[in-house]
Design a protein around this ligand. Structure first.
Ligand SMILES: Cc1cc2nc3c(=O)[nH]c(=O)nc-3n(C[C@H](O)[C@H](O)[C@H](O)COP(=O)(O)OP(=O)(O)OC[C@H]3O[C@@H](n4cnc5c(N)ncnc54)[C@H](O)[C@@H]3O)c2cc1C
Length: 381
């Protein structure tokens, strides 16, 4: 077993770290206030090839694999959860096109998405169904060479900002999960519009909106995967996204630990720095240990994916643990800051609001435990 990253991955980590420290982190507080997508940063990420990291060179990517993608998300999240989330959500739509698309669909859509010229979004959740994804009620009905989509999607990251949407709807209402199909929908398609923009608690530099499908006519050629295969497309997509969410947890927790640690080293109490107090050292110990463990879980899940092995359970483990490590690090980080930690001037207050999303989006912590528990019991049966 070799825990050392390749020189190529270490170099890429340094590149993303330098980019994040210079171009991303200094603007995170402003993004939080503005509650809008930082297009200038997105464009710089695109120019630096961030969008194509995991995808093959034939579609304009860097062909560096999932581990490199996870490192990218981790490093970006250390500077801004919002920016990391924007890229993660983009990949949630690119991945199903890459894995399930026809060669024509890949040639048509991937170069712009992988090259970062267009942003993408993945839409599964509806006002009536999130965790119970098979319970979605939006529909698509075949009409000659088109499918006609109707319904509303809720909480869609990159909504409005994205040009390309991968949308899951029911093509057979009688079949539950097996009645779901996914479609590629281009912004500007008649009948497709952007609904309410959410005023979120955190990750406010990432946009989240409703999508409205009102007799939206989508060419039959835009069916992604087979008819009735949409649930599998969505779950496969989320497996990769969940590793990225785990990596967001690692990045967010690291940011909280570093801020709290620096403060503890300089804040004086009882005749010395806070960092001399064992109670503070124990908090730092738990943060540092949690971060290492969460990182290993995320990297292993990414490695399994790169080896072509199954990784649904490991992705769920990486997500639930990374999310909880981030929440704990932010909560204890605020405690180390004392009263200042409870003000908007303290960055960890923002990190805590950002981290809470990680326990909800792309499958809640309860759903992750259902996946892990189910898989574990099956292995023992
Ligand atoms: C900022 C943000 C961005 C998002 N981005 C996207 C996106 O890009 N695309 C997309 O499709 N969706 C997106 N989502 C939606 C997200 O995936 C859902 O919110 C999430 O899956 C939970 O679904 P829900 O909100 O309907 O909650 P519900 O499913 O109603 O769950 C409510 C609570 O009940 C619990 N619960 C539900 N069922 C069970 C069960 N069987 N056992 C135990 N507990 C259970 C849940 O864990 C949760 O705590 C986003 C959400 C947010 C907040």
């Amino acid at each position: 077993m070799d825990f050392k990253l390749s020189e190529e991955l270490e170099m890429w980590r340094r590149t993303v770290r330098e980019f994040t420290e210079k171009e991303v982190a200094p603007h995170d507080a402003e993004m939080d206030r503005a509650n809008d997508l930082p297009w200038d940063i997105i464009q710089k990420m695109s120019a630096n090839g961030f969008f194509g990291i995991p995808y093959p060179e034939e579609y304009g990517g860097a062909g560096m694999g999932s581990l490199a993608a996870v490192i990218t998300i981790e490093e970006l999240a250390r500077g801004s959860a919002s920016v990391a989330l924007t890229l993660d959500a983009h990949w949630l739509a690119v991945d199903p096109i890459f894995l399930f698309g026809t060669e024509e669909q890949k040639k048509k859509y991937l170069p712009d998405l992988v090259g970062g010229k267009k942003l993408a979004a993945f839409a599964l959740t509806e006002p009536v169904a999130g965790s119970d994804a098979a319970g979605i009620i939006s529909t698509a009905v075949r009409d000659g060479d088109y499918w006609v989509l109707n319904g509303t999607k809720a909480f869609i990251t990159n909504g409005g900002a994205a040009e390309i949407y991968v949308i899951a709807v029911k093509t057979d209402k009688t079949k539950g999960a097996r009645g779901i199909s996914t479609f590629i929908v281009e912004k500007g398609t008649p009948g497709f519009s952007i609904g309410k923009k959410e005023d979120k608690m955190g990750c406010r530099g990432s946009v989240t909106t409703e999508l409205v499908l009102d007799n939206c006519r989508v060419p039959a050629a835009n069916l992604l995967g087979k008819e009735g295969e949409g649930f599998k497309v969505a779950m496969t997509t989320l497996d990769f996204g969940r590793i990225c969410v785990g990596a967001m947890g690692v990045g967010g927790a690291t940011a909280a630990m570093e801020a709290a640690g620096r403060y503890a080293n300089q804040r004086q109490a009882f005749g010395g720095p806070l960092s001399k107090l064992q109670a503070i050292q124990f908090k730092m110990a738990d943060m540092a240990t949690g971060i290492e463990a969460a990182r290993l879980l995320a990297y292993r899940a990414a490695w399994l994916r790169d080896q072509g092995q199954r990784y649904s359970k490991e992705a769920a483990m990486a997500k639930v643990f990374g999310a909880e490590v981030a929440m704990a690090a932010c909560k204890e980080g605020i405690q180390i800051f004392g009263g200042y930690g409870y003000t908007r001037d303290c960055p960890v207050e923002r990190y805590l609001r950002d981290a809470k999303l990680l326990e909800i989006g792309e499958g809640t912590s309860e759903v992750m435990r259902m996946i892990i528990g189910g898989a574990t019991l099956k292995e023992l049966a």
